[in-house]
Write a protein that binds this ligand. Structure first.
Ligand SMILES: [Mg+2]
Length: 244
């Protein structure tokens, strides 16, 4: 692959004293699998007679884009999308029973224990001794900081940033507020659309760590880095220790 511009074969010298901006959902812990389970339950329960499951999913994606634009990310927004999708695809108005059942599909998302991805805690502990770590996760502030608290990982981070959307402008604002030097600052995450492309556009380096179950709304081709920005793709989170 040509997207790497750091040598991958030889063991490079480890970088020191960098600022590492680190994504949370599907980078540090599982997240999207719970939403996928709720969606599968919703589609099975809907059991639509005219639309295939794939068509229902397509429509739900459209509902999610619309909801996110006005209500942002998070479980509340997701619930609203499921209800919208139901109402738009079925000719009947939603009953209180049906409403409650649809909401129940999402209950486990909020209450489920945080499931860290392999090696994350150990890796963060070592990285936090060598670098400055800042968590950068988009979405609902209370929801995201609650997950961080439940994860037990907050001790490794010197700051937490929760922008509504991870845009180029959001990264520039983090750079300014946290006094980051872009030449020694890296954004690390699983989403090309939110973690990699806008960070590169803001002049940061980036590390792409794909997750097999990344949310479809986060899919995007990874942009080639330009100028002095560098891009790494790693197979998992502990592989960061080879470079940092
Ligand atoms: Mg993520």
């Amino acid at each position: 692959m040509t997207r790497y511009n750091l040598p991958m074969s030889a063991t490079p010298a480890r970088l020191s004293n960098q600022t590492l901006l680190i994504d949370a959902d599907d980078t540090l812990w599982e997240n999207n699998i719970y939403f996928e389970r709720a969606i599968a339950s919703f589609i099975a329960d809907l059991d639509h007679q005219k639309h295939t499951p794939a068509q229902v999913r397509e429509h739900l994606n459209r509902c999610e884009r619309t909801t996110i634009a006005t209500h942002g990310y998070g479980i509340h927004s997701f619930r609203r999308s499921l209800i919208d999708c139901f109402e738009q695809l079925s000719e009947t108005t939603i009953t209180p029973e049906r409403h409650a059942r649809i909401i129940s599909f999402t209950d486990t998302i909020a209450s489920t224990e945080i499931e860290l991805l392999p090696g994350v805690a150990e890796t963060l502990q070592i990285l936090s001794q060598r670098h400055r770590l800042i968590l950068v996760t988009k979405g609902d502030r209370l929801e995201q900081t609650g997950k961080l608290r439940r994860s037990g990982l907050q001790v490794f981070f010197s700051a937490v940033e929760v922008p509504a959307e991870k845009s180029d402008a959001a990264y520039r604002s983090v750079i300014e507020r946290r006094r980051c030097d872009p030449t020694t600052t890296w954004m690390i995450g699983n989403s090309p659309r939110s973690d990699i492309n806008p960070a590169l556009a803001a002049g940061l380096h980036a590390v792409f760590i794909p997750h097999a179950c990344t949310w479809i709304l986060e899919h995007e081709a990874v942009d080639p880095p330009s100028g002095n920005t560098r891009l790494l793709e790693l197979e998992n989170f502990p592989a960061l220790l080879r470079y940092f």
